[in-house]
Write a new protein. Structure first.
Length: 292
């Protein structure tokens, strides 16, 4: 029996998890998934899925409880997000703690590893890893370049920058924290029930939005005064702190994510953001479902 390969990233190899994921990474995550056993999170061997205890705030005095399925695919996504943030933190700590020559060596080693393995990892067969492996590496290495760019100038930097640019992967920044993922279906139902969004809106459209991606089908606001609703929705997302990090350019990509009754989102829609208190309350309750 071959020895198990450690996938744990460290300060010496900050992207080890991603580079060696093909050495049993999915099997490792599946074992971890099946051993989840906490008071509000456990693997159901009959249903072959993890069940999550969810409390939904109906109004100020009433809370509804339920057990929701937490699919393995979503667990993989959450673990990749954790590993991505861990890699970024390891790179940041290296930058703060080491001297100039050690930083340069660590930076070159990171870029070489990315340059050598990225094309192979782009062709990973399993889903969602086929998306997650390249996008995670691009995010991590782009962070490293921003951190080190002003200090070093060697040929490999330009080569890696060119490779990153050629991928042309744009992320919106609206990436939700993993613990809120199981509540998205209830959030979607609340907005549909309020006739704020198209009744054909699917949970997958919100999954794409909350992964920081562009939904394949834009999310359609069908309510009167959609500008005010969208502005308030974005404001409350920021206030609720449900995202990994709130995007600096919060309005930049919204026209590629949403529509107003089949019309494009106006460039400066936020200039007209009046919203009735009744509508604010409905949006508040929908977001309470998401973050409760």
């Amino acid at each position: 029996m071959p020895a198990l390969v450690s996938l744990e990233s460290n300060s010496t190899e900050p992207i080890r998890f991603f580079l060696l994921y093909h050495h049993g990474g999915r099997n490792m995550l599946e074992r971890q998934y099946k051993t989840l056993d906490e008071p509000e999170l456990y693997y159901d061997w009959d249903k072959h899925v993890v069940m999550v205890y969810v409390e939904t705030l109906i109004d100020e005095d009433v809370t509804e409880t339920s057990w929701e399925e937490y699919q393995f695919e979503n667990y993989i996504r959450d673990r990749f997000e954790e590993e991505t943030q861990k890699s970024i933190q390891l790179i940041t700590e290296t930058y703060r703690s080491k001297g100039n020559s050690e930083n340069a060596f660590a930076y070159k080693r990171l870029l070489r590893a990315f340059d050598r393995h990225f094309e192979r990892l782009k062709n990973y067969l399993d889903y969602p890893e086929c998306e997650l492996l390249p996008s995670s590496l691009l995010e991590i290495v782009s962070h490293a370049i921003k951190q080190y760019d002003q200090f070093y100038d060697f040929d490999l930097i330009a080569k890696v920058k060119k490779k990153i640019k050629s991928e042309d992967i744009v992320k919106t920044g609206y990436k939700i924290k993993g613990k809120y993922w199981p509540r998205i279906p209830g959030f979607n139902d609340a907005l549909i029930e309020a006739s704020f969004i198209d009744p054909k809106t699917t949970v997958e459209q919100w999954h794409e939005f909350f992964r920081g991606e562009f939904p394949k089908v834009k999310i359609k606001w069908i309510v009167d005064s959609p500008s005010g609703h969208l502005w308030y929705f974005i404001k409350k997302i920021k206030d609720s702190e449900i995202l990994v990090a709130f995007p600096k350019q919060q309005y930049k990509y919204l026209d590629r994510i949403f529509t107003f009754n089949d019309d494009a989102v106006p460039e400066r829609f936020y200039d007209n953001h009046y919203l009735r208190e009744e509508s604010k309350e409905i949006l508040n309750k929908a977001l309470d479902i998401l973050k409760s």
